[in-house]
Each structure stands twice: as C-alpha cells, then as structure tokens.
Design a binder for this molecule. Structure first.
Ligand SMILES: N=c1c2ncn([C@@H]3O[C@H](COP(=O)(O)OP(=O)(O)OP(=O)(O)O)[C@@H](O)[C@H]3O)c2ncn1[C@@H]1O[C@H](COP(=O)(O)O)[C@@H](O)[C@H]1O
Length: 105
C-alpha cells in the first residue's frame, strides 16, 4: 500500500518548480505554503463531511484527495514520507493511551 504513496511522493517532488500550465502540483506549490496548507485543510474537511453524510465511494474519493494533498504539503516542506512512516513504525505496538500519556509528560 505504501508503494503508491512512495511513487506519488516521487512524482510530486519531480513536479516541484515545474510548469504550472501542465501540472496541478506545480501550480498549487507555486501559490506558496499557505495555499498548500489551506488546500490540505479543505480536503480534510471534505473528508469529514463525506464520512458523516455521503456514501462509501464519496468517502474513498475524499480520503484519496486528502492523502494526496498531505503528500504535497510534506513535499513543500521537504519532509519525507519515509520519516512519517518511520514514526508510525515506532508507534506500532505502543498503546495509543500510553502514547497520549507520554506526550503530556
Ligand atoms: N493524485 C492526484 C490528485 N488527486 C487530486 N488531485 C487534484 O486535486 C484537485 C482538488 O480538487 P478540487 O476540486 O478542490 O480542485 P480545484 O478546484 O481544481 O482546485 P483549486 O483550484 O480550488 O485549488 C483537483 O484538481 C484534482 O485533479 C490530484 N492531482 C494529481 N494527482 C497525482 O499527481 C500526479 C501529478 O499531477 P500533475 O502535477 O497534475 O502532473 C498525477 O499523475 C496523479 O498521480
């Protein structure tokens, strides 16, 4: 499953600084970090709305939009997907409640 995310990350990095006339990623990134972050937020909200009011197909579509725009946001900051996946690996097997307590301390 992570393979498509990794391929998508590579494509997104390749589009960075590219032709805004032929690439959605280049066009969005060209608008700057705030716009990239705003777009991710909008897609996340649309995913919430789909989860609460729409069918499974709509939710799948909105979730895909959200994951894609998260990758664009990470790429804009030059934060690697591998680092996010490594963080999830680190948390694997640790109770979410223990993680929550550790964050508070
Ligand atoms: N996975 C995606 C993907 N998911 C969603 N989107 C785009 O994200 C946008 C979000 O939907 P909206 O309805 O909010 O879009 P919009 O009205 O065009 O957006 P705004 O102008 O309001 O920002 C749409 O234009 C979608 O086409 C994507 N655009 C690109 N990709 C992948 O990124 C690759 C590179 O794309 P380009 O940069 O266009 O070459 C593609 O080959 C795909 O694999």
């Amino acid at each position: 499953m992570a393979k498509i995310l990794t391929r998508l990350e590579t494509t997104i990095h390749a589009r960075k600084g590219g032709d805004a006339g032929s690439s959605y990623v280049a066009k969005l990134m060209g608008k700057g970090r705030e716009k990239v972050a705003q777009k991710f937020g909008e897609e996340a909200v649309e995913t919430i709305v789909a989860a609460l009011t729409e069918d499974d197909a709509a939710l799948v579509g909105e979730a895909a939009d959200t994951l894609f725009h998260l990758l664009v946001l990470l790429a804009e900051r030059d934060v690697r997907l591998a680092d996010v996946l490594a963080e999830l690996d680190r948390r694997e097997g640790v109770s979410g409640l223990d993680e929550k307590a550790a964050r508070k301390s």
